[in-house]
Design a protein around this ligand. Structure first.
Ligand SMILES: C[S@@+](CC[C@H](N)C(=O)[O-])C[C@H]1O[C@@H](n2cnc3c(N)ncnc32)[C@H](O)[C@@H]1O
Length: 266
């Protein structure tokens, strides 16, 4: 059983360049909540993990879809709280890695752009109680947009929560903004910064914006009021992006000046 003192912390001098400086990585109460001894490696911050676990514990979805499984970090929590999970990943090693560990998970291997439409069509025809989707697969603008647009064709039979990871990443955020949320009359809420992301401190990702959970909520009844995508950390996002652009411009001008000086002195 997991003890209360089993915190995982990555300090600044961690030799792993992808982990160094990330700070607190996971809390033992999450492993306790899902009754596991040790968690599968989960590619989310502790705040994101807690938020996802809380939503699932409250919603207890009968059916869930995960797009992007990797090492099974988020899948272990989905599997614990949902009756049945469809886990989509392009990587054929995923079921080899995790097959047999989760009796209520069906692995669907291939690009989500191909795997998602037939699955959603079938679940829609059956009026299946799809209650949750985690979008954490292709992180390009187009990849995120397409995943959401496919989900937007779905008419929910029960409250349907869509959580998207890495909403603070500029490419993902753009994909989330471009998606056709408003075309689905059952969408009531889209908040890009349900959990805000950060400027990643690890040397392998230094200065890149990652993390963050966006949340979309669909209900079985159509919305009657206003619809707008909201983003409570938009000012933070814009300020960081502007500071990064200005630093880049100043560095480029300095390099240009140095090169001009050098060629003039020859
Ligand atoms: C960031 S990882 C998922 C992490 C996992 N959700 C977690 O929290 O631990 C992204 C995964 O998406 C998968 N992926 C990338 N592009 C994809 C696509 N077009 N369709 C389906 N899966 C994709 C990758 O193979 C990888 O396993």
């Amino acid at each position: 059983m997991v003890s209360d003192t089993q915190f995982r912390i990555s300090y600044d001098d961690d030799p792993d360049l992808e982990q160094a400086g990330q700070g607190l990585q996971s809390l033992p109460i999450i492993a306790k909540a899902i009754g596991g001894a040790n968690l599968h490696y989960w590619m989310m911050s502790p705040a994101e993990q807690v938020a996802l676990a809380f939503l699932l514990a409250q919603l207890r979805p009968k059916i869930a879809i995960e797009i992007g499984t990797r090492f099974g970090g988020s899948l272990q929590v989905l599997s614990h709280y949902c009756d049945h999970v469809y886990a989509l990943d392009i990587d054929p090693d995923v079921p080899k890695r995790l097959g047999g560990r989760f009796s209520n998970v069906e692995f669907l291997i291939g690009p989500s752009d191909q795997m998602l439409p037939p699955l959603l069509d079938r679940l829609g025809r059956e009026r299946a109680p799809l209650g949750f989707a985690l979008v954490d697969g292709d992180h390009s603008t187009n990849g995120v947009r397409k995943d959401i647009d496919h989900l937007m064709r779905f008419r929910p039979a029960v409250p349907f929560y869509i959580v998207m990871h890495d909403s603070f990443n500029p490419a993902c955020r753009e994909g989330l903004r471009r998606a056709q949320w408003s075309s689905n009359p059952y969408v009531h809420v889209v908040e890009l910064d349900f959990v805000p992301g950060t400027v990643n401190p690890a040397p392998a990702f230094r200065d890149q914006l990652w993390g963050g959970l966006a949340l979309g909520v669909l209900l079985p009844q159509e919305r009657t009021g206003r619809f707008e995508i909201t983003a409570r950390a938009e000012q933070t996002f814009k300020t960081v992006r502007a500071a990064q652009r200005s630093l880049l411009q100043r560095t480029a001008s300095r390099v240009k000046r140095m090169l001009t000086k050098r060629s003039a002195s020859r």
